[in-house]
Design a binder for this molecule. Structure first.
Ligand code: SF4
Length: 330
């Protein structure tokens, strides 16, 4: 499923946009910086959607809008069939427990003056769970994420980065959410620890049925955990589809370039494969190129690309894959 299907989707995102004020006065004149522009996708119960792209492409801003840490300036987000975009905080409260977030820097997101017990129990206290039930739940949660009950009386600085992220995951799962938005949850960790945390999140998904929006700049990280993948460039989704199809046969030149930088496990294949080097840095969203915003870096660009923005639409690649390109590859 790559389009919006409100009947089966847990989360439906439609034309989501975030425009930050630009230089003085431009916002009022309809200007400003479009960090996210016309983003649409959905997430089914129990699945993982990988959201990838270079730094500054709008993926984290999108993630924050999904859980209402940021209010979008355009579009809507429906969670369990209810528009949460403009819902008041009081109405939002019961839904919040079902919609949680894991952050990139586990230490920055954990209160250094609180014990693990206090940190993990906070969402349960907020929803009025009894003290006895909280004690039971927290012990269970901490073991679920691979830590021990004796860790509960310690403080965040007494843990490694990987352990601190496990605490963040336990806190996010305390209210048994149906969807967790994970914003670069492993990019601050050592490579050897990254695989452990991704493996933990996969196991928890199997055991608890939780869905993830897994945000990352690294396509290799997202590959293992995702069922579907959406690639963002300069605030827009440029390709979205089934993980195997996107990785096996990318339709958008940008996806192809990103994938060509992912190391292959087979050293012989790695030696001979073609690497596509992107020209220059991503342009600033404050001054996006005309037409297809990827055209200054695209080896396939033609005249139409400089004037006509391509729509995100189903390609001939099959499987309902969508790409925003006048000349999709697949
Ligand atoms: S629309 Fe043109 S410039 Fe944009 S990705 Fe496709 S071929 Fe490249």
């Amino acid at each position: 499923m790559t389009g919006n299907d409100p009947k089966t989707a847990l989360l439906t995102v439609k034309d989501l946009g975030m425009t930050f004020p630009g230089p003085r006065g431009t916002f009022r004149r309809g200007g400003g910086i479009k960090a996210v522009d016309g983003v649409s996708f959905d997430v089914r119960p129990g699945e993982t959607l990988g959201l990838v792209g270079e730094s500054g492409c709008g993926k984290s801003t999108t993630g924050r809008m999904l859980v209402r840490l940021l209010d979008p300036t355009a579009g809507r987000v429906d969670f369990r069939g209810k528009d949460i975009t403009r819902t008041g905080q009081r109405e939002l409260r019961p839904l919040r427990s079902k919609l949680q977030m894991i952050f990139q820097d586990p230490f920055a997101s954990l209160n250094p003056r609180q014990t693990v017990q206090q940190i993990v129990s906070a969402p349960l206290r907020a929803q009025g769970t009894s003290a006895d039930a909280i004690r039971r739940e927290v012990r269970e949660l901490i073991q679920l994420v691979g830590l021990a009950p004796e860790h509960l009386e310690r403080y965040p600085h007494q843990f490694s980065g990987g352990q601190a992220q496990r605490i963040g995951i336990a806190r996010a799962l305390a209210t048994r959410p149906e969807l967790v938005v994970a914003d670069e949850p492993v990019s601050a960790l050592d490579v050897s620890i990254q695989a452990q945390i991704v493996g933990l999140m996969e196991r928890l998904q199997r055991e608890l049925g939780v869905a993830y929006v897994f945000i990352a700049h690294d396509l290799a990280v997202v590959k293992h955990i995702s069922h579907r993948v959406a690639v963002m460039y300069l605030g827009r989704i440029v390709e979205i589809g089934d993980k195997h199809e996107v990785y096996g046969n990318p339709a958008h030149p940008y996806t192809k370039a990103l994938l060509s930088a992912v190391p292959l496990p087979d050293p012989a294949a790695e030696r001979v494969r073609e690497r596509i080097v992107l020209l220059g840095d991503p342009p600033s969203p404050a001054n996006p190129p005309s037409g297809c915003t990827f055209h200054p870096r695209c080896a396939k660009a033609q005249d139409v690309c400089r004037t006509e923005p391509p729509l995100l639409q189903i390609t001939t690649a099959g499987g309902g894959r969508q790409a925003a390109c006048h000349f999709p590859e697949a």
